[in-house]
Design a protein around this ligand. Structure first.
Ligand SMILES: Cc1cc2nc3c(=O)[nH]c(=O)nc-3n(C[C@H](O)[C@H](O)[C@H](O)COP(=O)(O)OP(=O)(O)OC[C@H]3O[C@@H](n4cnc5c(N)ncnc54)[C@H](O)[C@@H]3O)c2cc1C
Length: 476
């Protein structure tokens, strides 16, 4: 333990906790093994990997617990509340902004034992434990002829509770929506130790919509234990289309037409000229152009109608057929570049934001130019992969080799600041689906405004007066 440096820890170690937790939950469900403490000290925030390479960790918890019942969680939250001990809820640990880092030590609660799944076929929803793994849930539904339609790139490593807590969205979002569109109800254990049940209704106008309070709450209000999510019949037919457009503006104009028409292809991905080289490498006609891939799926009659709308919207672009889409479908979960390049000193990260159509091209140009102008940048490119009649989500990717003088952290912060400031200038959302966590917290107030920020603080104080839930996150 002595050789490990904790870079973010903000509270003294509490050695008493472990014995008390063992009495409370039973020794089998509690760990203070160093390997567990290290494993649960971080999520997938790239900065933490930089620290690991130097033998540093963000912040070790005092204990990790593996509860398997509501009763366990009620006892745990009561104990933590009475003794002012922070609780950090942990799903798959695939968050990319440090939201799960146990900054003030305390207890990390692993939720993976909450993994029951039950389908209600007539009412078209599924009940899933908060710890259910994304791919396991989708495979289970497929076996019975259904799909959730939720395919984040982290499908194999994220959980139902994490999805709600970060407001996740999947690659097939244009048709199926984000997790907020699927959520019918949920259960949670909230301070000072109560079981909260929000039942699944097709729609309810009976007081404020409390389930929404937990969407993108990043563990601040309680521990989600299960969710009720809408399901769809497994698609009857799938159509794959791709196009090469002269430039980004032209491709986005075509997508806007589709979105306004009311057609909802499941997947639309527009790559800028740089990223087109990667995903359309097999097509000479795509070189120097902007590539778009489209997947239309669902009822066989509806998809044919949507095909006609898409073909009409892209009539001025070059059709490139199915091959680029098949290549994307095969490779869409491969993210090994990030960990391959880090040991070489190259930092790669992604920043996703949302903006209205009227500012889309200006924001894209400003962000790419700003990142490229920062010393150390090797590459900056983007795609747009989630669309609305009102606007678009850009997913910026950058890679840099900062060099010895500047250091990774300084370079990384410079890039993030330049992107966040550009988004605020164009009145966009500083996050579209990864959330706030530790990385974005310094911009939250500027982005949503002081009155909204203060209201979140007041809600937090009312639910969790002692601030035990995810202490330090979002700086709330
Ligand atoms: C390679 C890669 C690709 C990704 N692709 C996508 C993508 O396509 N779309 C997308 O939206 N995101 C994506 N992400 C981000 C990440 O996967 C999502 O944010 C995901 O929803 C996090 O889920 P998790 O279970 O891993 O949560 P964790 O990382 O464990 O936790 C995230 C936050 O939620 C809280 N939390 C977790 N479980 C609970 C619970 N039961 N109750 C209360 N709070 C809880 C934690 O305290 C933390 O604040 C990607 C990440 C990686 C590494």
């Amino acid at each position: 333990m002595n050789e490990i440096k904790e870079v973010m820890r903000k509270a003294p170690r509490n050695r008493e906790i472990i014995n008390e937790l063992m009495k409370l939950l039973g020794a089998r469900k509690v760990s203070d093994k160093l390997t567990d403490l290290i494993s649960y000290s971080h999520d997938y925030w790239p900065i933490t990997f930089q620290w690991f390479l130097k033998g540093e960790v963000p912040s070790l918890p005092d204990a990790v617990v593996f509860p398997d019942s509501i009763q366990d969680l009620i006892k745990l939250v009561k104990f933590a509340n009475e003794n002012n001990i922070p609780i950090y809820t942990y799903g798959g640990g695939s968050g990319v902004l440090g939201a799960a880092v146990p900054e003030y030590g305390g207890i990390v609660v692993d939720m993976k034992k909450f993994r029951n799944i039950e389908i209600y076929p007539e009412d078209m929803y599924v009940e899933a434990g908060a710890g259910v793994n994304g791919m396991a849930l989708e495979m289970f539904l497929n076996r019975y002829g259904f799909t959730l339609g939720h395919f984040p790139q982290s499908l194999y490593t994220s959980t139902v509770g994490g999805w709600i807590s970060t407001k996740a969205i999947g690659q097939f979002s244009v048709k199926y929506g984000g997790i907020e569109d699927m959520l019918l109800g949920l259960e949670a254990v909230i301070p000072p130790g109560e079981h909260l049940i929000i039942k699944p209704d097709p729609r309810a106008a009976v007081g404020p919509d409390l389930k929404s309070l937990f969407v993108e709450s990043e563990g601040l209000f309680g521990i989600i234990t299960k969710a009720y999510l809408k399901i769809w019949p497994y698609p009857e037919k799938r159509i794959l289309l791709s196009y090469a457009s002269p430039d980004l503006e032209d491709a986005l104009r075509s997508v806007r037409k589709i979105m306004i028409s009311g057609a909802r292809p499941a997947v639309i991905r527009v790559y800028d000229k740089v990223e087109t080289l990667k995903w359309f490498y097999m097509s000479k006609k795509a070189k120097g152009r902007v590539g778009t891939i489209i997947v239309i799926e669902g009822n066989k009659d509806l998809v044919e109608a949507e095909r006609r709308i898409v073909e009409d919207a892209f009539s001025s672009s070059i059709p490139l057929g199915e091959e680029p889409v098949k290549y994307w479908l095969k490779n869409r979960f491969n993210v090994r570049e990030i960990s391959d390049y880090l040991p070489l000193g190259i930092i790669i990260d992604t920043i996703e934001v949302a903006v209205g159509w009227s500012n889309a091209i200006n924001l894209y140009n400003d962000v790419i130019n700003a990142i490229k102008s920062i010393e150390g940048t090797l590459i900056a490119f983007a795609h747009a992969s989630h669309f609305y009649p009102q606007g678009v989500c850009f997913y910026f990717i950058f890679g840099g080799l900062p060099g010895k003088e500047k250091g990774v952290l300084e370079y990384y912060n410079e890039v993030w600041s330049s992107v966040m400031n550009a988004v605020i200038k164009y009145n966009g959302a500083i996050s579209h689906h990864h959330g706030v966590g530790r990385m974005r917290s310094k911009w939250i107030k500027k982005s949503i405004g002081e009155s909204a920020f203060n209201l979140i603080k007041r809600i937090k104080e009312a639910i969790d007066g002692k601030n035990i839930m995810n202490r330090g996150n979002m700086v709330i």
